[in-house]
Design a protein around this ligand. Structure first.
Ligand code: ADP
Length: 240
């Protein structure tokens, strides 16, 4: 008798009801169950889009491929990607100078100084935030950057996890900033410039919804079939 191929072997294991150690056989009803669950909890409820910029330091250090590769490797779908030399207006619109943002920038930096037992030499979050934003605008418009939109389950949180903390020296190993950059608040503040941390990534879904149109038109956001549309997200994948 001819030996079964690995594929036939796997197929017969999945279809064998008596084989309790293997993947459960939901069979005929499984498909209907999967379709029912999908209709109650549509996949679109779980999917997000997020904006990522590779800043001039990432582009000029030749890290585009490495950074894009990390997002691809985790299974996110790239739906838009381009190199752009931003105008003043692009960056100004992108980094909205809100009270919340200025407070966030100020508090994060102050916490780092506090943790080292050093006095934080700034007292006004508005003046501090405004200065950081001014530096960021100058930095981002100084050279080409890469803009991309990634799509997937919880894409916003997932990308922030891969990117790591704002200060590279404190970012966890394994993150993009932790592995590929080393800047500190202390040095960047001494040199009156933004921290060189390679990447911008949207912080929330609402932020992503505001940021994506700054860099891409609707027609530049592409629809196509990615292997994960099937292997990761299709509830019927292993039943068929
Ligand atoms: P993140 O990029 O991690 O979301 P923020 O939104 O707080 O961080 O800040 C935007 C960018 O501004 C940072 O990525 C960094 O380049 C720069 N930046 C923020 N805070 C400071 C700071 N205290 N000193 C210098 N640059 C800063």
């Amino acid at each position: 008798m001819a030996r079964k191929t690995h594929r036939e072997e796997a197929g017969s294991r999945i279809r064998n009801n008596d084989d309790k150690d293997n993947i459960p056989n939901f069979g005929f009803f499984g498909k209907y169950l999967a379709r029912y669950v999908d209709s109650c909890y549509p996949l679109s409820n779980f999917m997000e889009q997020t904006l990522v910029l590779i800043k001039p330091d990432g582009v000029q250090r030749g890290l585009i491929g490495e950074i894009v590769g990390r997002f691809e490797r985790v299974g996110l779908k790239m739906i838009a990607l381009k190199m752009v030399h931003p105008s003043h207006e692009d960056v100004d619109q992108h980094y909205a100078l809100t009270e919340e943002w200025m407070k966030g920038v100020y508090e994060k930096a102050k916490a780092k100084y506090d943790a080292k037992g050093q006095a934080f030499p700034y007292s006004d979050h508005v003046a501090y935030g405004t200065e950081i934003k001014r530096g960021l605008v100058e930095f981002l418009k100084s050279a080409p950057i890469i803009a991309m939109v990634l799509e997937g389950e919880q894409a916003v949180t997932l990308v922030r996890k891969l990117v790591g903390a704002t200060e590279p020296a404190g970012a966890a190993p394994g993150t993009i900033r932790g592995d590929l950059s080393l800047d500190t608040y202390a040095l960047s503040n001494t040199q009156s410039r933004p921290i060189r941390n390679l990447i911008h990534a949207s912080g929330t879904v609402e932020e992503a919804q505001k940021e994506i149109p700054v860099w891409f038109t609707d027609t530049e956001l592409h629809k196509y079939e990615h292997v994960n549309d099937r292997v990761q997200y299709d509830p019927e994948w292993f039943l068929s």
